[in-house]
Each structure stands twice: as structure tokens, then as C-alpha cells.
Write a protein that binds this ligand. Structure first.
Ligand code: PLP
Length: 370
């Protein structure tokens, strides 16, 4: 598939054109190719578990946005676990965020127990420089999900590399437009494209990007042998969604800013976080390494009952997990096992209008009792 580089363009232009087809007489974005075996000949395609042109188009787009080469997976977890299985050796020291995506820690504990890893869980806002001593692999997640703490990718990557460790960053919350970890020194960037990248709450997908050819080959081989392959239709839908990522993030971030300001007025709302605000404790470091902020906020209400009451009194807030979609959602995180208080919620600002969201949230908070 012929594609043009989007180098030098701004985000909106890059999102529209990254990975596009330039075949004359063809559609602007090639439709999904559905194939198990391919007719063999002078081509790299032979079997649908090994490769697919619809994956390649989206990989080319995501790789360009990340500043490396991308490998697509059937989910964010498939991307992360293929990395872990591909790089970790018996007895390695693995450093992971204590407050990052909960399933990663569960996977390491339950599925990689046989590797006898020395697993160090470090809070994202904690002291990584001590934690990376002797490490073989360091996974960062910044901003962390769901707490939205931020760590300095460049500084930690430098310290980890001095120890000979590989560094990966889970970039799901930031998105490829919000932050470019490969430019900041990371060896790998992983992302759940289920969230803002695909953006329409209708598919599960993930990817890894790197500039290291050996890692790239290992990831492709791990995907082919492990079988964590995406469907062509999901890859195509995600590519279609990627075209509006810049627009959607812009709306989500301005909605998040408006909701943040409204929430600040409520004394019962504690620990309000959105790294995009100058009032946020992570704002300084976030502004240094991030190009833009997304629509995810977190805060704490006094109890589980308080969260349920706000949801019951809201017309627009959707009671659902995940984030980065068109709908504004509110997710109480202890139901998934996150180590946070009962009333802790993650709010994902969607693409509705700020005035409606703010009026609705105010009305819901004012009508709630706890
Ligand atoms: C959702 C998420 C994942 C897992 O991605 P799936 O696509 O659901 O498998 C990993 N990391 C972070 C930060 C996430 O938010």
C-alpha cells in the first residue's frame, strides 16, 4: 500500500492523512481486507494470523504518529503482555507503576509467576531513580490510569538505560498526539487503542511502537505465534476513527477544563485531578513532556452512595468504564479492584457540549445527598 509521510504537518492534518491509500481509482481509506489464506505469489501476505494489509495501513499511521514503527494487537493487554513475554527473562527485575492499569500487575502476578521475577511496584509520582537499580525492564504509565499522576519519562529513561534496562511507556491516557515517549527516550510505547485512538466505544484494539528493529521483529513474531491478532474490521474502524482524533481530543480537553472548573467549587469533591490545569500538582512536569491534554479527570466523592446518587440525578453522565469515547462517562474504580477509596471516580469527558455537561453535573451534584 502506498502511503505518504505526514512529517512536518500539524495534528489534524496528520490524523486525516496518516496511513492513507494513494491508489488511483481506490477509496481514500482502503476498506478492510478479510483473509485467512491469501493467494500466494510475489507478496508478503500468506496467512491472516501473520499479516494483513488493513493492519499495515493502521500500523503505518500509528507508527508515524508515535515516531517509530507500530505493531497492532487484538487489545491493549495483548500488546502489553506480548512485550512482557518477549523481553522478560527468568529472574529479571521488573519495575511497574503501583497505580497504573490494574490488569498489568495482576497478569505479572498470576500468569508470569513461573519466571520468578523481582517485581517492584512504584507509585507514578514516587522515586523511580532508586527503583530502577538493577532493573531489566521498566514500565511507566503517565499520566497514570486512573490517578492521573505524572512522571518524568526522559529522566527515568536515562536512569534506567544506565542500568541496562529497557523502558516502555503505556501511552493510553495521553494518546499518540498527547505525548511521544519514543522522542523522550523510551524504547517502546504501548497503547490501548480501545480508548481515544479508535474513540467510538465500539471495539477493542492495541499497539506497540518502537524504533528498534530487533524488538519490532520479536513483537511481530510474538504476535504471529501467540495469535493475539486483531480483526481486519476492527483495524479499519480504528483507522477511520483516528481521522478525527485531533478534533475529538480538542473537544474532550475543553470539556474537561470546563468540568474541572465546575468541580473545584464543590467542597465535597476531593483530590480533583486533571494534569491540563495549572492548579494540578502534575501540571508542570506534564506540560514539559506532553503536547496536549485529554479529557480524563479523576476525583473522589464521599462514598459509593454519593457516586450512585450523582449518576441517578444526571441526564447525561453514562455509568460505564473505559474512556476516550464520544460519551461522557463516570466510572467508580473500586468495582474493578483499583487500590483507591470507595468514592473515587474517573470521569471521561466526551464530545458533548461543555455548557450541557457543566449544567448537568452541577444539577446532579446539587440534587445528590450523602
Ligand atoms: C484500557 C487500558 C489498557 C488495556 O487495554 P485493552 O484494550 O482494554 O486491553 C492498558 N493500559 C491502560 C492505561 C488502559 O487504560
Amino acid at each position: 500500500m502506498a502511503t505518504e509521510s505526514t512529517h512536518g504537518w500539524s495534528d489534524g492534518t496528520r490524523c486525516v492523512h496518516a496511513g492513507e491509500s494513494t491508489v488511483v481509482g481506490g477509496p481514500l481509506l482502503a476498506g478492510p481486507t478479510f483473509a485467512a489464506p491469501y493467494r500466494l505469489g510475489e507478496t508478503e501476505y500468506y496467512y491472516g494470523r501473520a499479516d494483513n494489509p488493513t493492519w499495515r495501513a493502521l500500523e503505518s499511521a500509528l507508527g508515524e504518529l508515535d515516531g517509530g514503527e507500530a505493531v497492532l494487537f487484538s487489545s491493549g493487554m495483548a500488546a502489553i503482555t506480548t512485550v512482557l513475554r518477549g523481553v522478560l527473562k527468568q529472574g529479571d527485575t521488573l519495575v511497574v507503576p503501583a497505580d497504573g492499569y490494574y490488569l498489568v500487575r495482576a497478569y505479572v502476578r498470576d500468569e508470569l509467576a513461573g519466571l520468578d521475577l523481582d517485581v517492584r511496584a512504584v507509585p507514578t509520582a514516587g522515586s523511580w531513580h532508586d527503583a530502577v537499580r538493577g532493573a531489566g525492564f521498566v514500565l511507566l504509565e503517565t499520566p497514570s490510569n486512573p490517578g492521573l499522576d505524572v512522571c518524568d519519562i526522559e529522566a527515568i529513561a536515562r536512569a534506567a538505560h544506565a542500568e541496562g534496562a529497557l523502558v516502555a511507556v503505556d501511552n493510553t491516557t495521553a494518546t499518540p498526539l498527547g505525548q511521544r515517549p519514543l522522542h523522550l527516550g523510551a524504547d517502546l510505547v504501548v497503547c490501548s487503542d480501545t480508548k481515544a485512538v479508535a474513540g467510538h466505544s465500539d471495539l477493542v484494539l492495541g499497539h506497540v511502537s518502537t524504533r528498534d528493529d530487533q524488538l519490532l521483529a520479536r513483537l511481530r513474531a510474538g504476535r504471529t505465534a501467540g495469535g493475539a491478532v486483531p480483526g481486519a474490521f476492527e483495524a479499519w474502524l480504528a483507522h477511520r476513527g483516528l481521522g478525527t482524533l485531533d478534533l475529538r481530543l480538542e473537544r474532550q480537553a475543553s470539556n474537561a477544563a470546563a468540568l474541572y472548573e465546575a468541580l473545584r467549587e464543590y467542597p465535597d469533591v476531593c483530590g480533583l485531578r486533571w494534569p491540563g490545569s495549572p492548579h494540578d500538582p502534575a501540571h508542570e512536569i506534564a506540560s514539559k513532556q506532553m503536547d496536549r491534554f485529554g479529557g480524563v479527570l479523576s476525583f473522589e466523592l464521599p462514598s459509593e452512595a454519593a457516586v450512585n446518587s450523582v449518576l441517578a440525578n444526571s441526564r447525561v453522565l453514562t455509568d460505564a468504564t473505559s474512556f476516550g469515547g464520544l460519551h461522557t462517562t463516570l466510572d467508580r474504580r473500586t468495582r474493578w479492584g483499583d487500590p483507591v477509596p470507595e468514592g473515587f471516580v474517573r470521569l471521561s469527558a466526551g464530545c458533548e457540549n461543555a455548557a450541557d455537561l457543566v449544567a448537568d453535573l452541577r444539577a446532579a451534584l446539587d440534587a445528590s445527598t450523602w
